[in-house]
Structure formats: C-alpha cells, structure tokens
Design a protein around this ligand. Structure first.
Ligand SMILES: O=C(CO)[C@H](O)[C@H](O)COP(=O)(O)O
Length: 426
C-alpha cells in the first residue's frame, strides 16, 4: 500500500506539532519536517517530531552541497529519510548516501526543477539513492503545473520506490498512485485544512480505494477558470499575493456586491461624462469599466449609466472621480465604486479616450487587466500574471482558513503566529 507522507511546511514548530498530531490521527504514515520548518527552527524541529511520534521522520533538507554534514545533523536528530536535490553534483549525492548508510538512514533524491528528470532519476538510482521524488514545487504549481506527466515517465524508468509531491489533494491522490507513486507527499491539502484529521483521512481513503474524493479547495486554476478563482478570494488576499502592490483603497462602494471582471479603461476630465458613458457601448458583458476622471469632484456617473450597465450585463464600474444618484444605485444593487459623491454632474464634452493604460494612485491599469472589488477596496491584477496571482491569493486564503481555526480553538492571532519572535531586531 502506498505511503502517505504529510509535509509540515510551517515557520512555527508549535503549529506544526498540532497539525502533525491531527494528520497522524487521520492516517499519515510518514511525517516530513518541511524545508521552511527546518530553516526556521533547525534540527530542534526534527528532534521534537521524532520524540513525539513513533513514525518515520523525513527531513526535507533539499541538500545542494556538503551533504555529509547535513545528513549527519538530521539523522542524529532522528530523521530516517533525508532529501538531497538531484541538481546537486554527483559527489554531493554520493557522499550524502554514504553518510546516510553510516547512520542507518535513507536518501530521497528530489527531482524538483531538473530539466531531464527521468534520465537523472536513473543516474541517481545507480549512485545508490533509496527513493526519487517527482516534485513540482509550490511556486511552479502557482503557474498551473502538476507532477503527473513527469511521474509517469520517471516511474517507468527506475526500479527504486518513487515519491510524488506538488499540490496533491483528495481528487488527485488516486491518479498519482495509478501513475506510479509509492509515496504520496501532501503538504497544503492537509496542513491548510481547518480539520486536518479529516483532510488526511480523505486523502488516505482516496489512495487506498483508488478513488477521487471531491475537493473544493487546494486546487490550482488555469486561464479559463480565472473568474471563479477571483470570486473565491478577497482583495486583501490579492494584496497579500501581490506583495501589497496593485490594491486601491479609499474608494466608496455605492451599491451591489463583489465585482470581478476584465477592465475596459476610460480617461476623461472632471465632470466630462461622455467617454465614461460611451464605454458602456464598448464593454462586453462581464467587463468592469474603470474611469480615470482625475479624482475630480463633479460627477461623471449616475443612475441612468448604472442601469445601462446593468441591462447590458457589465460587471461593475470603478470611478477615480465622482458619482451621483447614490440612492438609485443602491436600489439597482449594482457594484459602483467611486472616490467621491456629488449631486452635480458636468457636461458631456467628449474629452479623453477609451482603451488606454491608466495610472490611478500609482497603480497601472491596462485594458484587459482583472479588476476585483469588494468591501475592502479594489485589486488590479495584470492580465499577464493573472493565473499566478489567482493561485497565490487562493493559497493565502487557504492558509488563513487554518489560522482562523487555530484562533477559534483558543489561540490569539499573536500567539498562533508567534508575532514577537518575528519582530525586527532593533
Ligand atoms: O517540498 C515542498 C515544497 O518545496 C512541499 O512540502 C511539497 O511540495 C508538498 O507540499 P504541497 O502538497 O503543498 O505541494
């Protein structure tokens, strides 16, 4: 029966220990001390996990050089399996294997990012590796990659057991096994779950019965599914995903609910509503009209324009300027965001352009960029990065789901995150 290995990719040991406990109850066979945990807590994490759980402990060292020293540290701390990168020189891999043999441990060679994974897998098998790991890294997953194809190729090339990692969840675990994995490594789909035990149990069941168990979360989205992905996340999630760039605060939400769509851009002058309204004819259903009216305080938008948008199926409007008829916009229940509210409209003089790049409060907005608006503000996601940012924002949201659960169980935000420990030394 394939092994389920839970990857504890945390910065904080206390959180990892609780999750490990629940994952083991749910059926995890091996416990991996994840690379971030090793970097943050050192060998203390390996020692603690070994002390508490009578399980095989994997130290995900991802060794690139000086294998002998790293393998010695990890095995003396209790690891039975250590990981070494396939991109390392043969001398590093060989010396790691010799050190592992000396201390009674095994070496898993991680094929992450190798240009010829199957060929390299065969080579490291000859060097004496105990396992190879087909691995699509977390960052690569954000671009929509998964380990299945490489796995098939590698599994048919080597005779040693093959591990697989890279965004595996209860829907994909069975396929991973069918394609040749003897060890199924799962991080996010277990450790981000509010109910870790249940998440581990479902994945274990999927592996044992060879079935797909539906999962709403822990999935990566492609170009075609971006609207659904953006509907699931908040503008704060997106801001975090974009390293706090690309978000616009200080807008008033005049009506409607959340908005997600591609930008149709308009540049005009304070109060000149001609181009703003003409953009309704240019926009397609599902688009969001973004109007740069120079932060002006004379309305370029009102009730009738709102109804035009609503009837045409345009998703919403963002105005870097003023809007009026707020009572009616509320009644229309249509998403309009504006910087100012004013009863006075200007004249439709027709200055400006539709379909040009805007720069609003330092954030560039190109036609076709994704606009997401909710109660916290507006996020602008460049169209060329949309798949990556959507997946990273989902990852932020999923991590927060778990933290929320830890808080509900009695932790405070600062205790769960060990905030003081991470304050900058002054
Ligand atoms: O080693 C790792 C990242 O480098 C992860 O532990 C591994 O990818 C499993 O996590 P996930 O299931 O979230 O991909």
């Amino acid at each position: 029966m394939p092994i389920l290995q839970v990857a504890l990719d945390f910065m904080i040991l206390e959180r990892a220990l609780k999750v490990a406990d629940e994952a083991v109850k749910g059926g995890a066979d091996w416990i991996e001390v994840g690379t971030p945990l090793i970097k943050s807590e050192g060998m203390r994490a390996v020692r603690e996990i070994k002390r508490r759980f009578k399980k095989t402990v994997v130290a995900d060292l991802k060794t690139m050089d000086v294998g002998r020293v790293e393998v010695e540290m990890a095995t003396k701390s209790g690891a039975s399996v250590v990981t070494v990168l396939s991109l390392a020189d043969d001398s590093t891999i060989e010396d790691s294997i010799k050190a592992a043999r000396k201390y009674g441990a095994r070496v898993m060679v991680d094929l992450i990012n190798h240009p010829e994974p199957a060929k390299r897998a065969k080579e490291v098998e000859k060097l004496g590796a105990d396992y190879v790991c087909v691995h699509v890294g977390v960052d690569q997953q954000m671009l929509g990659k998964n380990p299945l194809e490489i796995l098939r190729e590698v599994a048919s090339t080597v005779s040693i057991p093959v591990a697989a990692a890279g965004g595996i969840n209860s829907e994909t675990a069975a396929d991973i096994v069918k394609n040749g994995a003897d060890i199924v490594i799962v991080g996010g789909a277990i450790i981000k779950a509010p109910n870790v035990e249940e998440a581990a149990r479902k994945i274990k069941e999927a592996i044992e019965k060879g079935i797909k168990i539906k999962s709403e979360l822990y999935k990566k989205y492609g170009e075609e599914e971006l609207k659904d992905a953006f509907m699931k996340v908040s503008t704060p999630n997106l801001s975090d995903a974009m390293h706090r760039k690309g978000a616009l605060g200080d807008f008033i939400k005049l009506g409607g609910g959340k908005v997600v769509g591609k930008a149709v851009t308009v540049r005009t002058l304070d109060g000149d509503w001609a181009k703003a309204v003409e953009a309704i004819d240019v926009a397609n259903p599902g688009d969001v009209i973004v109007i740069d009216a120079q932060d002006g305080k004379t309305a370029v938008w009102g009730e009738l324009a709102t109804w035009s948008c609503k009837v045409k199926g345009i998703a919403g409007v963002v105005i870097y300027g003023a809007a009026r008829d707020v009572d009616e916009i509320k009644k229309a229940d249509y998403p309009v965001f504006a910087r100012h509210i004013a009863p006075n409209a200007g004249e439709p003089k027709g200055f400006g352009e539709i379909g040009v790049e805007l720069n609003i409060m330092g954030v560039k907005i190109k036609p076709g960029d994704w606009i997401i608006g909710d109660e916290s503000g507006i996020a602008v996601v460049p169209r060329e990065d949309a798949v990556e940012i959507a997946n990273r924002a989902l990852d932020v949201m999923e991590h927060e789901n778990r933290i929320r659960e830890e808080i509900k169980r009695g932790g405070t935000l600062s205790s769960v995150m060990e905030l003081e420990k991470w304050e900058v030394e002054r």
